[in-house]
Design a protein around this ligand. Structure first.
Ligand code: CA
Ligand code: ZN
Length: 302
């Protein structure tokens, strides 16, 4: 039986000052219910943003105190299940998002969930690929609104943050103070209009400290690839950070030479946008694990 953090346990900024709502041992399974990014305020297409209470948008659930996690540790969070419970909502907002200049009318659209699909305006069926937009740990000091991504994680809106992925964060405070939210039943890379299929959901996870000194964080791993994720004020800055972090990982941790790492990143690595609409922009670099195996390197597991 895993303990569940219910979605009413919401917080709105990652900070050392937010009190933990649950404690778990390392490796102990826990469950988290998440609100959609509007805290469930938009239930009908007639629910407009004019009546929205913006102070409760971008909720994350938690934080969860991971026993024994200390500042400077690398925390690995294994996402055992990321499940969208629906229905989903999308919005347009004039002058907001990467397409804002073209948008003159605010619109709210509810997307029903039908089995494994979401249904857009009764017409377009899209297979769900549920993912968490916001996931992270408290920074060592200060507070970072959930709208903003960064070194602590936060609003990265990375489509790979899904069932079967592991996320790595550098712990800022005792217990790490982990939280997540902003689930999307499905979303395209870039999140160009400012949202995906925003849905409530349920997450099952474990978290534990791992010994991978120098791992650049946030870092993601799934069955097929390792991924660096970087956020900055421009996508140019962000992609340079993501590239430098992957090159550093490949040379300093996986043991490739400077030139092998660079040539293989250019040969089989993929540079992709996560999102281009948040206060900082997020870019990722994906590198296949099959190549790491050719060099005799495996990510350490328990
Ligand atoms: Ca988001
Ligand atoms: Zn979202």
């Amino acid at each position: 039986m895993s303990s569940t953090v219910t979605r009413d346990k919401a917080f709105f900024a990652f900070s050392p000052d937010v009190l933990a709502v649950m404690r778990v041992a390392q490796g102990e399974e826990f469950a988290i219910e998440t609100h959609d990014c509007f805290s469930g305020q938009l239930k009908l297409s007639s629910d407009t943003l004019e009546t929205l209470d913006w102070s409760i948008t971008n909720p994350a659930t938690g934080p969860v105190y991971i026993e024994g996690a200390k500042p400077g540790d690398i925390l690995r969070v294994d996402l055992l299940e990321v499940k969208a419970t629906g229905p989903s909502v999308m919005v347009t907002i004039p002058d907001v998002g990467a397409l804002g200049e073209f948008i003159t009318e605010q619109e709210t659209t509810i997307l029903e969930h039908d089995g494994d699909n979401v249904v857009y305006k009764g017409k377009v069926r899209v297979k769900q690929k549920p993912m968490l937009g916001v996931i992270g740990v408290a920074p060592a000091e200060g507070e970072i609104p959930n709208s903003t991504p960064g070194g602590h994680g936060g609003n990265m809106d990375c489509t790979l943050v899904t069932t079967g992925s592991s996320l790595y964060f550098t712990v800022g405070v005792d217990g790490a103070l982990f939280g997540c939210g902003d689930m999307h039943a499905v979303m395209g890379d870039g999140e160009v209009v400012i949202c995906g299929a925003e849905t409530p959901g349920e997450v099952r996870a474990t978290a534990q400290v791992v010994a991978i000194p120098g791992l650049p964080t946030p870092f993601l791993e799934n069955d097929d690839m390792v991924v660096t994720i970087a956020s900055a004020e421009s996508t140019d800055e962000a992609y340079k950070m993501a590239l430098a972090q992957m090159h550093g990982f490949l040379t300093k941790i996986a043991g490739l030479s400077v030139n092998d790492a660079a040539m293989l990143m250019s040969l089989v690595g993929d540079l992709k946008f996560c999102q281009v609409v948040d206060p900082l922009l997020t870019v990722r670099f994906e590198f296949p694990k099959s190549v790491l195996r050719e060099y005799g390197f495996e990510m350490p597991r328990d």
